[in-house]
Design a protein around this ligand. Structure first.
Ligand code: CU
Length: 485
């Protein structure tokens, strides 16, 4: 070990000690069996089941377009983590950057202290420091992990970086009727502040607009985020390896919209997707569709039967995004044609298509949540309110242990928002007046001027963050904290 190595090591150790103290004060010794973070003393004696190293990484979208960002373990997306439902794990998170970080385990039912959210009082991973997370992963399904820091006006932080990856929670009784499994994360790169709103969600706003106010706020809007490059995983369309398939194969595709802000529609011409799970949760009716809509943070699991030999482009239906890189080739064996793209029909995406006809029990309480945009004007950032107030609210929203809460999301803005509830999942009750049952999600896109109603059974005591998963909206007010009574 040379002197420089030694200095580096010494520095890390010192910060670790500070971090350990912080952790010791926030965990509750004596409550055995409770998932918690361990002190650094424990870290020295055992190797964690998983290690995530947060550090700068170069992403080679094409041989000539290389992005510098922050990622996990030198790759973007980070490694696919596979955990067994109900089996406790330890994860060491080593922060090799100069800023505090957080790793959030999206879609898991975890205690607030390990959820990876500052508002819920999860400790930050200190700069050049480390933290050990210990938790019992559940429920089974396609989850993901990502940073949960604020970005504000810094487009090199938070969800704008490469800090995301798939997290598969495997159940003991997984049928697994497929020949090949692929992981596909949709991404934009090189963000910039854009005075023109990028509108990718016209389809989402084609609905009945039950929440459209009589008088619209016509003040000019502030800056939104646009992007210059696009990819699926770490490659732009045409670079990297195609997905190689054979006729008759059933391919299980795990899609994740890892965007910081964009709703997306994707399609694979010549094929249909059989949707088997939304946000990792099996749907009551696994229906076939020609295109998939996904807001930021949403996951879709789909089976595609390979029955149309050729070379096809699986990609975003928006020409700019697809031609800019958001696509991947599906290549049948022994095919040498040009890759083909055909735009899918404009059938609207509808969560209720995958639901059942049942109804939910009468809720114990109803919580109305109204979302509005405060347009800031040219050169500034818009802000967002929940029930008239930007985060933080004077009082948290309150959940009662064991009770069924009906949350009514009223979107009084023209944008479609992916609304995420931490540490819980919820059942979709209706969207824009269309009733459904059995569709369990953790993120729901509420169309422009639209309404979604969801039922949440409160069974995860502790602070719980609710927010729009568009980074800029979250950073500028679109958040609310729930606590248990
Ligand atoms: Cu939003």
């Amino acid at each position: 070990m040379d002197r420089r190595e030694f200095m580096k090591f010494g520095g890390v150790a010192a910060i670790e000690l500070g971090a350990a103290k912080l952790l010791m004060s926030q965990t509750q010794p004596g409550m055995t069996g409770m998932p918690a973070m361990q002190s650094s003393a424990a870290q020295e004696t055992s190797k964690a089941d998983f290690t995530l190293r947060i550090a700068p990484v170069a992403v080679e979208l094409t041989p000539t377009r290389i992005i510098s960002t922050i990622g996990y373990n030198g790759a973007v997306p980070g490694p696919v983590l596979r955990m067994k439902e109900g089996k406790a794990v330890t994860v060491d998170v080593i922060n090799e950057t100069d800023v505090p970080e957080l790793v959030h385990w999206h879609g898991l039912f975890l205690p607030a202290e390990v959820d990876g959210v500052e508002e819920e009082n999860t400790p930050m991973v200190p700069p050049r420091g480390r933290i050990r997370y210990q938790f019992t992963p559940r429920p089974a399904g396609t989850r993901w992990y990502h940073t949960h820091t604020m970005a504000g006006s810094d487009l090199h932080r938070g969800a704008y970086t490469g800090q995301f990856g798939f997290l598969m929670i495997e159940s003991a009784n997984n049928p697994g009727n497929y020949d090949q499994e692929v992981f596909l994360a949709l991404r934009e790169w090189e963000p910039f502040f854009n005075p023109e709103e990028e509108d990718d969600d016209e389809e989402n706003n084609a609905g009945p607009q039950p929440e459209r106010p009589k008088i619209l706020d016509t003040n000019p809007s502030g800056l939104e985020v646009g992007y210059q490059m696009f990819s699926i995983n770490d490659k732009a369309l045409g670079s990297g390896e195609p997905i190689r398939v054979r006729q008759g194969q059933r391919v299980l595709m795990h899609f994740l919209n890892a965007s910081a802000s964009m709703n997306r529609r994707i399609a694979l011409p010549g094929h249909r997707f059989q949707i088997v799970a939304l946000d990792g949760n099996p749907v009551p009716k696994p229906q076939f569709v020609e295109a998939i809509d996904m807001g930021p943070a949403e996951r879709v699991d789909a089976i595609v039967e390979m029955n149309q030999p050729g070379i096809w482009i699986l990609g975003a239906t928006t020409d700019d995004a697809r031609n800019g890189g958001m696509g991947v080739l599906i290549e049948y064996a022994n095919q040498h044609k040009q890759p083909q793209w055909i735009a899918p029909p404009k059938s609207p995406w509808d969560y209720t298509f995958f639901g059942s006809a049942g109804t939910q029990p009468v809720p114990d309480a109803t919580i109305d949540m109204i979302f509005q945009k405060i347009p800031s004007g040219a050169g500034l950032f818009n802000s967002w309110t929940v029930n008239g107030t930007e985060y933080p609210h004077d009082r948290e929203f309150v959940l009662k242990q064991g009770a069924r809460h009906r949350l009514v999301f009223r979107n009084r803005s023209e944008d479609a928002h992916p609304l995420h509830m931490h540490r819980h999942s919820f059942e979709l009750v209706e969207i824009n007046g269309k009733a459904t049952a059995g569709v369990m999600k953790d993120t729901v896109v509420v169309p422009g001027y639209g309404r979604a109603t969801v039922d949440l059974v409160a069974d995860q005591p502790g602070l719980t963050l609710f927010h729009c998963h568009i980074q800029q909206h979250m950073d500028y007010g679109f958040r609310a904290l729930f606590r248990y009574a």
